[in-house]
Design a protein around this ligand. Structure first.
Ligand SMILES: [Zn+2]
Length: 294
C-alpha cells in the first residue's frame, strides 16, 4: 500500500509538505510542484503561511521564483495561507474559482462564519488586492514549464466553488477537500460533508468525474498522498462510503442516522486531536444529513 504520510519528495519535481494545519502535525498537507515556475497547492491556513515563510530555503523556493498558488476553495484552512504568502512574497499569484477570489478580496463575511463554527481554532483570511488574484474555472490550464501543465477541474460538492488541479506530466491530482477526509493510518476517506455548503449529488458526480482521469498520484488536503495502484482503490472506497452514508440517511430518521454514522465510522477518523475529532465527526455527519433531510 503506497500511502505517504510524512513530508517528502513524491517524485523528482513534486513534494508533499506538512503545513501544520490548526498548529498540529499530520492534519493538513500541501503540495509543491517544481516547474520553471513554482506551483503550491493550498498551503493551509494563516499560521501555516507563517511557517512556510520561515522554511522557504529548506523548501528550495527562492525569492526570484514566481509562485502560482492553486487554491481549491474558499474555506480559510485552504485559502488563508495562500493569501498570507502572496501578500508577503510579492512575486506570485493566487489562482482560484471566482467565488473563492471574491472571498479573498473581501473576507469579512467568511471570517465571521469561520469563527462562529470553530471558535479560536478558526483562522482568519487577510484581504489581498486584485493584482495578486486570478479567477479561473474549467476549461483552463496553467503552464508552469518543464512539462507541468496544470488543468483546472470544476468539482463542486464540498463547496460550490471547489476546484481540483491535475498535473498532466506526472498524473498528480490535487483533491483539496473534494474526495474525503483521509486518515493515512486507517486508509479510510470519509465524506467531506461540512455544512452548510455540502451537496451530496454534486460531490458524488465530482468523484465519478475525477475517477475517469485515472490519476497516478492523489493528494488530499487532510491528510496525505496516495500513489500507484492504491489510487483507484481509495477513490472507489471514498465513493462506497459516501453511498453507505446515503443508505443510512435514507433508512433512518435524522438523529438516528447521525448517531449510526458516528458509531460506525468514528474509529476510521484518526486526524486531529481526540477532542477535535469528536467535533469534526459530528459536524460532517450533521452536514451530510442537513443536505439530504430538510
Ligand atoms: Zn473545506
Amino acid at each position: 500500500m503506497v500511502i505517504i504520510s510524512d513530508e517528502r519528495m513524491i517524485d523528482d519535481e513534486l513534494m508533499m509538505v506538512d503545513v501544520m494545519g490548526w498548529m498540529s502535525p499530520k492534519t493538513t498537507s500541501s503540495y509543491i510542484v517544481y516547474g520553471r515556475e513554482t506551483g503550491i497547492f493550498d498551503p493551509g491556513g494563516r499560521t501555516s503561511g507563517e511557517g512556510i515563510i520561515k522554511r522557504l530555503n529548506e523548501l528550495k523556493i527562492s525569492g526570484e521564483q514566481f509562485i502560482n498558488f492553486f487554491v481549491s476553495h474558499r474555506h480559510a484552512d485552504h485559502s488563508a495561507g495562500a493569501a498570507y504568502l502572496v501578500k508577503r512574497l510579492k512575486n506570485g499569484i493566487i489562482h482560484a474559482h471566482p467565488i473563492t477570489i471574491a472571498n479573498i478580496l473581501d473576507p469579512d463575511r467568511i471570517n465571521r462564519a469561520t469563527v462562529e463554527m470553530y471558535g479560536n481554532m478558526g483562522e482568519i483570511i487577510e484581504s489581498v488586492s486584485s493584482e495578486f488574484l486570478h479567477s479561473i474555472t474549467e476549461p483552463n490550464k496553467i503552464d508552469l514549464g518543464r512539462g507541468h501543465v496544470i488543468e483546472v477541474i470544476n468539482t463542486p460538492g464540498h463547496t460550490s466553488d471547489h476546484l481540483m488541479y491535475y498535473d498532466q506530466k506526472n498524473g498528480f491530482l490535487f483533491l483539496g477537500d473534494g474526495a474525503g477526509l483521509f486518515s493515512p493510518e486507517t486508509g479510510i476517506p470519509l465524506p467531506n460533508s461540512f455544512p452548510p455548503s455540502f451537496r451530496y449529488d454534486e460531490y458524488r458526480n465530482s468523484l465519478l468525474r475525477i475517477m475517469s482521469y485515472e490519476p497516478k498520484i492523489i493528494g488530499f488536503s487532510h491528510f496525505g498522498c496516495v500513489k500507484g495502484d492504491d489510487v483507484k482503490r481509495i477513490l472507489e472506497l471514498s465513493l462506497n462510503i459516501l453511498d453507505d452514508w446515503y443508505t443510512i440517511a435514507m433508512e433512518n430518521e435524522r438523529l438516528t442516522a447521525v448517531q449510526t454514522i458516528f458509531e460506525k465510522y468514528y474509529d476510521d477518523l484518526r486526524l486531529f486531536s481526540p477532542d477535535f475529532r469528536n467535533q469534526i465527526m459530528n459536524i460532517i455527519a450533521e452536514g451530510f444529513m442537513r443536505n439530504l433531510k430538510k
